[in-house]
Ligand binder design. Structure first.
Ligand code: PHE
Length: 342
C-alpha cells in the first residue's frame, strides 16, 4: 500500500491528481480509513501495533502529498518567471499620438491673430432660437433669405408652445447675443459650428464660420478692409494680399460686401496673394441699424462692421485640402496626413 501511494504521488502531474490521491488514500472512504475501521475488531496487542503502523503510513503519505504539492507549485512559479520574463532594457514601442484637426488648428490660429487686434471670443448656442438666428438679424418670418438658408428646424411636439428653434445657419446670432450682453463699444469674434441642408464637394451639412463684430463711435468700411487684409496677411503668411470687395446684400448689413482673395493655381498648387483668380472667403458689411436696435445698442450713437468667414474654406486654402467632406469623415489616414502634432 505504501509503495503504491508513494509511487503514485511521485508520478502525479498536477494539483487535481494529488487531491484525487489524497481522497482515495486518506479520505473518509479512503483505503487507509477503511483499514483503520478494522482496528476495532482486533485484539488489543495486535490493534496497538497495527494502529501505530497505520498512523505512520498515514503521516508518510500525507507528508509525501504535501511535499509533492509544494514541488509542483515551485515548478509552476519557475515556469511563470521564465515565460513572463521581461527585458526592461528594451527600447519602448512608439505610440501613435493623435493629431490636431485642421479646423481646430485654424480656429486657434485665427483666434490668436484677432486677439492681437483686440478682438475677444464670444459664444452662442448651436441650437438657436428663431429670433436670434433670423428676426433680430432683420430677417422677418416671410423674408426670402430664410429659404436660402436651408435651415434645419427643431421638432416640437404638438402643444409645445415654446418659441421655435433651429440649428443656427450662421454665426451671426452671436452678434446679437454679444451686443446684448456687453453693449457697445465691442470687438468680438465668434468661431463655431453652423448647419445647413447642403452636401457636395464644397458643402457639408455642418461647417464652421467665424463671425467678426466691431462697434464703436465711428467705425467704417475702411476699418473693415484694413482688419481683413491684416488678418489675411497674418493667416496666410504672405507679405501682401489683395482683397476684392463685391457689392452684395445681407439683411443684417448695409452696405454689404462679399470679399474675394486674389490667388493663383500653379501646377495644382494654390498661391495666395498673386495671380489672376479670385476666391470668395467671406460676407461682410456695416451692421444694420435695426440689428443694433434689436440688440439694445443705440444706432444714433454706435456703428460698426461685421463679417462672417468660412473657417473650413480658409483651412482648405491655407493647407491645400481639396475636398471639404473629408474634414468630417474621421478617416485616420486623412487625420494623420492633414492633422497637426500637439
Ligand atoms: N451670416 C452671413 C452668412 O452666413 C455672413 C455675414 C456675416 C455677412 C456678417 C455679413 C455680415 O452668409
Amino acid at each position: 500500500l505504501k509503495a503504491k501511494y508513494l509511487t503514485a504521488v511521485a508520478d502525479a502531474n498536477g494539483e487535481a491528481a494529488l487531491e484525487d490521491l489524497r481522497i482515495s488514500a486518506l479520505g473518509k472512504k479512503g483505503e487507509i480509513s477503511a483499514l483503520m475501521a478494522t482496528l476495532g475488531k482486533m485484539e488489543p496487542e495486535a490493534r496497538k501495533a497495527a494502529g501505530a503502523s497505520l498512523n505512520a503510513l498515514k503521516d508518510e503519505i500525507d507528508a509525501a502529498l504535501r511535499a509533492k504539492k509544494s514541488a509542483l507549485a515551485d515548478a509552476a512559479l519557475d515556469e511563470r518567471l521564465r515565460s513572463e520574463w521581461l527585458d526592461v532594457t528594451l527600447p519602448g514601442r512608439p505610440r501613435r499620438m493623435g493629431t490636431i484637426h485642421p479646423v481646430s488648428q485654424v480656429m486657434e490660429e485665427l483666434t490668436a491673430i484677432f486677439a492681437d487686434m483686440g478682438f475677444s471670443v464670444a459664444e452662442g448656442p448651436q441650437v438657436e432660437s428663431d429670433w436670434y438666428n433670423f428676426d433680430a438679424l432683420n430677417i422677418p418670418p416671410e423674408h426670402p433669405a430664410r429659404q436660402e438658408h436651408d435651415t434645419f428646424f427643431m421638432h416640437r411636439a404638438t402643444g409645445d408652445n415654446r418659441p421655435p428653434h433651429v440649428l443656427r445657419t450662421h454665426t451671426s446670432p452671436v452678434q446679437i447675443r454679444a451686443m446684448a450682453e456687453q453693449g457697445a463699444p465691442i470687438r468680438v469674434i465668434a468661431p463655431g459650428r453652423v448647419y445647413r441642408m447642403d452636401m457636395d464637394q464644397t458643402h457639408t451639412p455642418m461647417f464652421h464660420q467665424v463671425e467678426g463684430l466691431a462697434i464703436d463711435r465711428d467705425i467704417s468700411m475702411a476699418n473693415l478692409k484694413w482688419t481683413l487684409e491684416e488678418f489675411c496677411r497674418a493667416f496666410f503668411e504672405v507679405p501682401s494680399v489683395e482683397l476684392r470687395f463685391r457689392a452684395s446684400h445681407f439683411p443684417f448689413t448695409e452696405p454689404s460686401a462679399e470679399v474675394d482673395i486674389r490667388c493663383s493655381w500653379e501646377g495644382g498648387q494654390l498661391k495666395i496673394g498673386q495671380g489672376d483668380s479670385w476666391l470668395e472667403i467671406l460676407g461682410s458689411g456695416m451692421v444694420h441699424p435695426k440689428v443694433l436696435s434689436a440688440a439694445g445698442v443705440d444706432p444714433a450713437q454706435w456703428q460698426g462692421f461685421a463679417f462672417g468667414m468660412g473657417i473650413d474654406r480658409i483651412a482648405m486654402l491655407k493647407y491645400g485640402i481639396p475636398d471639404l467632406r473629408a474634414f468630417f469623415e474621421s478617416d485616420l489616414r486623412w487625420l494623420r496626413h492633414y492633422g497637426f502634432s500637439a
